[in-house]
Design a protein around this ligand. Structure first.
Ligand code: UGA
Length: 450
């Protein structure tokens, strides 16, 4: 037994399950509430239902120690807890705004069971102003529970690492004591982080994180602004990549030099097929939608969104210029996850490319090392998934590398002789060193690397 508060986490997605497993391994007793039976069963057996480096070992450690308790019941978990983190999903509505049905339903249900001096922490990404509405809801239900916002900055694929070795933790709320208690959870995590990294099998990092306490609305705005700015950087790089194509410059060299300026930074300036995933597309459209409803101009973000949407067609147009009509051509798309080191295919650029090719009557084959199952329902029915890279590219006219899996870079950079049938290699993520292909008959086509 220790004096640490007991925590309940609502929702076992990337954010919820990662946070639950790490808090449980740093000394807290953590209930994780997940309604999906299959997911719940996987967690009970000490593993996640998605691919994420290091997470299974941490979940297993929490389950074995009895500090991580999976359940589908609010009554069995929230009743025993001092702090509840909401990590439920926020899908987007058809008009681009955030669908907050789960966010409000979770808050309403949890507050029935949470003790009067409890703390409710919002981790799901919500539009600015949502927190104030939930705090008002609590008041209308005669609850004194303190509401705080603790936005999440972890990336899929490096979720455990990002949570342990955070750059900053932001907690916003009007109850300063509650804000302090939530920040303390991360201090506790930080004090155990190297031991947990050892369990997860990931390398530690020496730098300490920064702790930031704010008001509620600022915390909410920090989250969407960070994602929107990163999306803006990517679209800016993609816009300049088109200029590089038109002028014979190399976007990688350009961004290496531009990003060497500390004021700018190199991160998120990789040009290619544009951003995907469960966050950037949704957060950008939600920011645009909530700004519109408040009468605030968002032309800069609309431009970023427009550039992003145009990139798959831009890349396929470049391929058409080389190959002629894509109809009846054999084309392999490598990489169906929205980025490397994850099996997540939400808003995946690789799937978008494959589907556009199929709509243009190309014969499309695909391969992804981890996302095969998750991709199956998203791909048009005529698209063939293959169990290996070499099978997917057999006899092709062109290959499109759409995800930065290192397996792809290694494969193409180690071909050292002409292949049986020459093809065009479209590097839609600019990861392959075209010089490595010199001894082959493969034609390289990057994005902004003419
Ligand atoms: C993003 C943010 O990076 C996290 O900080 C945030 O917590 C998370 O959203 C969230 O809101 O939950 P994530 O969506 O997991 O994380 O993935 P990123 O690594 O940011 O990549 C997003 C997309 O941008 C991917 O499709 C990636 O391939 C693409 N990208 C990234 C580029 O096209 N170019 C780049 O230079 C960087």
């Amino acid at each position: 037994m220790n004096n640490l508060p007991t925590i309940t986490i609502l929702g076992a997605g990337y954010v919820g399950l990662t946070s639950a497993a790490l808090f449980a391994t740093s000394g807290y007793t953590v209930y994780v509430v997940e309604p999906n039976k299959q997911r719940l069963e996987a967690i009970k057996q000490g593993r996640s239902f998605f691919f994420e480096e290091g997470i299974d070992a941490v979940i297993k450690s929490g389950i074995d120690n009895g500090t991580l308790i999976p359940t589908d019941s609010y009554a069995d978990s929230v009743t025993h807890s001092h702090i509840v983190f909401s990590c439920v999903g926020t899908p987007d509505n058809p008009d681009g705004s955030s669908n907050l049905t789960y966010v409000f339903a979770a808050a309403k249900e949890a507050v029935k069971y949470l003790r009067p001096d409890g703390i409710y922490v919002q981790k799901s990404t919500v539009p600015v102003g949502t927190g104030q509405q939930i705090a008002q809801l609590f008041t209308s239900l005669n609850s004194n529970v303190a509401y705080t916002s603790n936005p999440e900055f972890l990336r899929e694929g490096t979720a455990v690492y990002d949570t342990l070795y955070f750059d900053r933790v932001v907690v916003g709320g009007e109850n300063t004591q509650a804000v302090r208690v939530v920040l303390d959870i991360y201090r506790q995590l930080e004090s155990h982080r190297d031991d947990i990294a050892h369990i997860a099998g990931i390398s530690p990092r020496p730098r300490k994180g920064t702790y930031i306490a704010t008001d509620l609305s600022s915390a909410e705005l920090i989250k969407v602004t960070a994602n929107a700015f990163l999306a803006l950087k990517i679209s800016f790089a993609n816009s300049i990549a088109q200029l590089a194509d038109a002028t014979g410059a190399d976007i990688v060299k350009v961004m290496d030099a531009v990003g060497a300026d500390e004021r700018i930074g190199r991160a998120f300036l990789n040009a290619g097929r544009g951003y995907g995933g469960g966050c950037f597309p949704k957060d950008v459209s939600s920011l645009i939608s909530s700004s519109h409803s408040l009468g605030v101009d968002t032309s800069i973000m609309e431009a970023a969104q427009g550039v992003n949407a145009s990139m798959p067609a831009y890349i396929l147009e470049k391929l058409t210029q080389r190959l002629g009509s894509l109809a009846d051509k054999n084309i392999a798309v490598l990489g169906l996850a929205f980025k490397a080191n994850t099996s997540d295919v939400r808003k995946s650029p690789g799937i978008k490319l494959a589907n556009i090719l199929s709509e243009n009557s190309a014969k499309v084959t695909t391969y992804d090392p981890k996302a095969k199952d998750e991709a199956q329902n998203e791909l048009h029915s005529d698209i063939q998934q293959h169990p290996s890279l070499s099978e997917a590219i057999r006899g092709v006219d062109a290959v499109i590398v759409a995800t930065e899996w290192s397996e792809f870079r290694l494969f193409f950079e180690t071909i050292d002789q002409p292949v049986e049938k020459p093809y065009i290699l479209v590097d839609a993520v600019n990861i392959i060193d075209s010089k490595a292909l010199r001894g082959t008959n493969i034609a390289y086509l990057g994005v902004g690397r003419s």
